[in-house]
Design a binder for this molecule. Structure first.
Ligand code: GLU
Length: 506
């Protein structure tokens, strides 16, 4: 691909009509990587010309989502830049001027048709089995008629004129050559009656004025590109290069949507996904580095772990796939678990604290700060966590023994009496260990020795573990006891024993 590396400028141009979508973050990432690996600049622009769909707070979610992910823009609404403002609703005069320029050049025209007229036209065309399209009746108006209507302020829009019998070719960096016949295109509205531009005019004007060299966006915008190409021609401007990215899909191959799971970046932030994991995962959703020898790990498997730094070296638009990319939450969880394991215990503890505070008002922050208990819990869970938020769920039992049914205490076909005896044996052993040597190593040595006396070790260890945690799955009992401390562990075993007696008599 030949391009002037000194002039690479890419942009991310979301509409603040919803919270930052995970697919949009992927688009932003690819734009960012391409700009930065070419010493270029990456620009953020808000496309908020659709007043009806504007959502309060969406712009802030875009800024904070990008910052969270480490996708730092060089120019943007909240940081300014030489082409400010970067919010389209603040640039209305600019679009008006350019729309009028096209009218003067006869590449565009005023259209006074109201909603009812357009709807009737549509219905008639459908009845005649024609593709609905504006029939250009306002193009036939004389200059005098147009002026008279403008004078009386008849509501009007401005439409671009699509030329007859043209083949318009999009040379896409991902999809190659894609051709469109001009007959397939409608005389697109470029300026609405409220003075706002449509997306098509605004995107072309801004990409030009902001000197964007490469436009990366998802493939749903590909059919709009021939119209954009015509607008560049009409203005006499050099067009940017386009790269249309594959869509993100649900596992059932439908377009990724809220109904099938979380799509907002904010949801993933709340659940405790790490930015490094998200970036690594998103990079691979629609791209892969190929399998050059140096990219292979020693086990002969493809390298899957890439830092932002490595992505900056390896990413290339040429290797972006054409086919839609399936969003697979298990794979994201795999990446997240990997990056959680890489954190130091201090870093992870810090990230876990907010979720642990949330546990029934305990521990208070002071306890947690000093807390070796918290750190021990985090250390124990580090291997098992897929998201940081899970720590809340996983660790809750350390703070409050959950209510559980006595049947959970049962290993295989043990009777209640046998379970009680087993728990009493554990209790005795735990109680016999001096405080000075009360460590998980000592606990495991003594308890394992005792467990060896049973037909199956589970007969001792299962009821004990459930008595301590109140749940089916939890870390080994020795680790739990050490964290709970002797008194609390013995109290919980006592509770289990009385539960067995109580429920029997009930
Ligand atoms: N505002 C459009 C969007 O919401 C931008 C499309 C483009 O990048 O041209 O995705």
């Amino acid at each position: 691909m030949a391009f002037d590396k000194n002039k690479i400028r890419t942009r991310f141009a979301p509409s603040p009509t919803g919270y930052l979508h995970i697919g949009s973050l992927r688009t932003a990432l690819y734009s960012y990587l391409f700009a930065k690996q070419n010493n270029g600049l990456f620009i953020l622009r808000l496309e908020d010309t659709d007043l009806e769909r504007y959502l309060e707070g969406a712009a802030e979610a875009i800024y904070s989502g990008l910052k969270w992910a480490g996708i730092n823009y060089d120019e943007g609404p909240d940081i300014g830049g030489p082409d400010a403002p970067y919010i389209q609703s603040q640039r209305l005069d600019i679009y008006k001027k350019y729309a009028n320029e096209l009218v003067a050049k006869e590449n565009a025209y005023h259209c006074f048709c109201d909603k009812e007229t357009l709807e009737k036209m549509r219905q008639e065309q459908i009845a005649k089995k024609q593709a609905p399209k504006y029939d250009r009746r306002c193009l036939a108006l004389s200059k005098e008629e147009v002026n008279a209507k403008l004078k009386t302020k008849t509501p009007r829009v401005i439409r671009m004129k699509i030329p007859a019998s043209r083949v318009i070719e999009v040379n896409d960096l991902v999809r190659g050559k894609v051709s469109y016949k001009s007959e397939e295109l409608d005389d697109q509205v470029i300026l609405k009656s409220d003075g706002y531009p449509t997306y098509h005019l605004a995107v072309v004007v801004d990409d030009h004025l902001m000197k964007i060299s490469h436009v990366t966006r998802t493939e749903e915008w590909l059919p709009s590109t021939p119209k954009h190409i015509l607008l560049y021609e009409y203005f006499g401007w050099e067009a940017p290069q386009w790269a249309h990215l594959p869509l993100l899909l649900n596992p059932d191959k439908t377009k990724m949507s809220k109904r099938k799971g979380d799509v907002a970046v904010g949801d993933y932030i709340k659940k405790g996904y790490l930015p490094a994991a998200m970036i690594n995962y998103l990079a691979f959703l629609g791209w892969n580095p190929g399998t050059p020898a140096y990219a292979k790990a020693s086990a002969g498997k493809e390298k899957e772990i890439y830092s932002m730094e490595e992505l900056l070296n390896e990413f290339s638009l040429e290797r972006v796939h054409k086919a839609g990319a399936i969003f697979n939450i298990e794979k994201l969880n795999w990446y997240n678990a990997y990056y959680i394991k890489q954190l130091s215990l201090d870093e992870l503890t810090k990230k876990c604290l907010p979720y642990l505070f949330a546990l029934s008002g305990y521990p208070d922050p002071a306890v947690a700060e000093s807390g070796s208990k918290i750190k021990k819990i985090v250390a124990l869970e580090q291997e098992r966590l897929q998201t940081i938020a899970e720590i809340g769920e996983h660790a809750a039992f350390f703070f409050n023994l959950p209510a559980y049914d006595k049947t959970l205490l049962k290993w295989k076909d043990m009777t209640d009496e046998e379970i009680k005896k087993s728990l009493a044996a554990s209790k005795e052993i735990i109680a016999s260990i001096f405080d000075s040597e009360f460590t998980k190593e000592k606990l495991s040595e003594k308890l394992f020795a005792k467990a060896g006396e049973y037909k199956n070790k589970g007969e001792l260890l299962w009821p004990l573990r459930v008595a301590l945690s109140g749940q089916k799955n939890s870390p080994p009992p020795f680790d739990i006891i050490e964290i709970l401390d002797k008194r609390e562990a013995l109290a919980r075993i006592e509770i289990a024993i009385s539960l067995l007696s109580l429920q029997k008599n009930a």
